[in-house]
Ligand binder design. Structure first.
Ligand code: URA
Length: 432
């Protein structure tokens, strides 16, 4: 077999076999196939696409390039969730503790933030003492004992994806549905859960800018997961505004705590309940989404979700007192109000711009390895369809620098003011 023949076959629009895909990914991972040939193949895939079967073979080849977690020592069904990356998305911090409090095993490995999207690990590290590192044995032990672990990657999961993504990033081939689906699903499958709920974001702040392309991506990921024997759900959600009100690490942890206390923003609470409900269904603790939501609401009302978050923090070396006293989180030195310049209704909030503004304040990293400032960020005061008058506060910046003019302008311009109310819906579609 020769790499060039595989590239030509895909370039000309033919379907690749399992053996060809495996040969290419193995060769690319061990260095016998060079970057320039892998770039040519990803570009051919970008233009010609892949069948679901090819995308499944690609996912499996990437999956088998590294370690696959064996969670069989954890009793009961193991669940996981994944978001394709949003702004203000702290869903794992609420969904994990809620389902964990019902005895469903939430065994999750998360990532760090890059660019305008935040990462769960950075948010967790805003809690003093929280350690994201854990051996595989301790990961399994902790999930068995308290129902939840939220850690960084243990072992080397899907190394072929890391290498391929770095190449795609500099060759204009990130935005390919089969390449995104196989990249995400190889890592999810390597993490070993039985049931996975995917939150696929749609809108200006997301990879998928419209519902049609998000539907294609979600359907493909669901099919790949099912082909690999997993219980799959994908939820398409609107990213035409940030999720919830808080953007920035400790600000988002505080919002997650508020949500577990029953005082969360409406949209964020709705999404957490929806994602968690599909995991409750997968665990067969309810027959319908509505029944699952009633169970989950009870875990908010009786504070069992909050207590499970505190147990998680304690088990991972953090100070769990912060969960009951979020006022203890270190605050930024300054706050600045961003005010409206006209009357109307909020028609749209550019999530990408808000994410970039939070990054400018120091909440995110421009490149891998940059430090993040946990205390800074943005708290929105107005969301889509809120009525505003000139001079009203749109958002508050939490900063450790006194000159925030550029950031303030970015946030103000992220708000699009409409004369009328707009159609707005958070949950667009469920794909099973
Ligand atoms: N996230 C990933 O992990 N991979 C992609 O290709 C795109 C988003």
């Amino acid at each position: 077999m020769r790499a060039v023949d595989i590239i030509i076959k895909k370039r000309d629009g033919f379907e690749l076999t399992k053996e060809e895909i495996q040969f290419f990914i193995e060769g690319f991972t061990n260095g016998t196939i060079d970057n320039y040939q892998a770039s040519a193949l990803t570009m051919a895939i970008y233009f010609q696409g892949m069948t679901d079967q090819e995308a499944t073979y690609l996912t499996e080849s990437i999956l088998h390039s590294g370690d696959i977690l064996d969670l069989s020592a954890i009793k009961g069904i193991k669940v996981d969730k994944h978001s394709t990356g949003g702004v203000g998305d702290k869903t794992s911090l609420v969904v994990g503790p809620l389902v964990g409090s019902l005895g469903i095993k939430f065994a999750k490995m998360s990532g760090r933030g890059l660019g305008h999207t935040g990462g769960t690990l950075d948010k967790l590290e805003a809690i003093p003492g929280y350690d994201i590192n854990m051996s595989e044995d301790n990961f399994i032990k902790q999930v068995n004992e308290i129902g939840i672990a939220l850690v960084g990657q243990t072992g080397e999961l899907a190394p072929a994806d890391k290498k391929l993504y770095a190449l795609r990033d500099v060759t204009g081939t990130v935005e390919s549905i089969p390449l995104i689906a196989s990249s995400i699903m190889s890592k999810k499958l390597a993490s070993g859960a039985d049931a996975i709920c995917l939150d696929v974001k749609v809108g200006s702040g997301a990879f998928m800018k419209n519902e049609a392309s998000a539907t294609k991506l979600a359907t493909l990921m669901v099919n790949i997961g099912k082909n690999c024997g997993k219980d799959m759900t994908a939820i398409l959600t609107n990213m035409d505004e940030p999720l919830g009100l808080a953007v920035g690490n400790s600000l988002e942890v505080i919002e997650a705590i508020e949500t577990l206390n029953g005082r969360g923003p409406k949209d964020f609470t709705e999404l957490c309940l929806e994602v968690a409900a599909h995991l409750v269904l997968a665990a067969k603790l309810a027959h319908t989404v509505e029944e699952a939501k009633v169970l989950l609401q009870k875990q908010i009302d009786n504070k069992e979700g909050l207590n499970t978050l505190a147990k998680l923090v304690k088990a991972q070396g953090g100070d769990s007192d912060y969960i009951y006293h979020p006022e203890r989180f270190k605050k930024a030195a300054y706050t600045f109000e961003v005010k409206a310049l006209e009357d109307g209704y909020v028609g749209h909030i550019d999530a990408l711009a808000i994410g970039n503004a939070a990054m400018m304040l120091g909440a995110g990293r421009k490149k891998i390895g940059d430090a993040v400032d946990h205390s800074v960020g943005i708290v929105l005061a107005k969301k889509v369809n809120d009525k505003i008058c000139k001079g009203d506060v749109l958002a508050v910046l939490h900063a450790n620098q006194s000159d925030v003019e550029e950031t303030s302008n970015l946030v103000r311009n992220a708000y699009q003011i409409s004369k009328t109310l707009v159609d707005s819906k958070l949950i667009l579609k469920i794909i099973k």
